[in-house]
Design a binder for this molecule. Structure first.
Ligand SMILES: [Cu+2]
Length: 161
């Protein structure tokens, strides 16, 4: 009798856990940003770190943004020494893993920007995954890196120590 009760409780607990997992795609997005481009440039890239804390592999299959006429998933490929962008159908985010969208690699391509970007603005981006889940985020507009490492010491007066 006691064993049967315990079994029933365990089954109930298991179904609660699985329904929570189904509702939560277990996807987290860190540090999203959109690259600032000069006025007149109509395309830019969105970058971020997508983490999958779940137990199932996920595929990012689409991105949407009201700020752009067209949004595509892109990667960079090196073709005979020339870096080129290619549209991809999906970006894999393995269970317990992550996908880094960064300059020179995967990115969300925003094409036909409706308004010029301003630093400090936020661009709404929706990420749609293969399980039907959507992650909505606000990606701040940021200046691109200059390629120069930020090597200034935090406390110049302490540089001699
Ligand atoms: Cu691109």
């Amino acid at each position: 009798m006691t064993k049967r009760v315990i079994a029933a409780v365990l089954i109930a607990a298991a179904s609660i856990v699985s329904s929570v997992n189904a509702a939560d795609s277990a996807i987290a997005v860190d540090d999203p940003y959109v690259r600032l481009v000069p006025p007149g440039i109509k395309t830019t890239g969105g970058f971020m770190l997508i983490r999958n804390t779940g137990k199932a592999d996920r595929q990012l299959i689409m991105a949407q943004s009201p700020a752009a006429g067209t949004v595509e998933l892109h990667t960079h490929i090196n073709e005979n020494g020339v870096m080129k962008m290619r549209a991809v159908a999906s970006i894999a985010v393995k269970a317990g893993g992550q996908a880094e969208l960064k300059p020179g690699g995967y990115h969300v391509m925003l094409i036909d920007l409706k308004d010029p970007l301003k630093e400090g603005d936020s661009v709404p981006i929706s990420l749609i995954f293969d399980d039907g889940s959507t992650v909505n985020l606000q990606a701040p507009v940021r200046k691109p890196h200059t390629g120069m490492p930020e090597s200034r010491p935090a406390h110049p007066g302490m540089a001699g120590h």
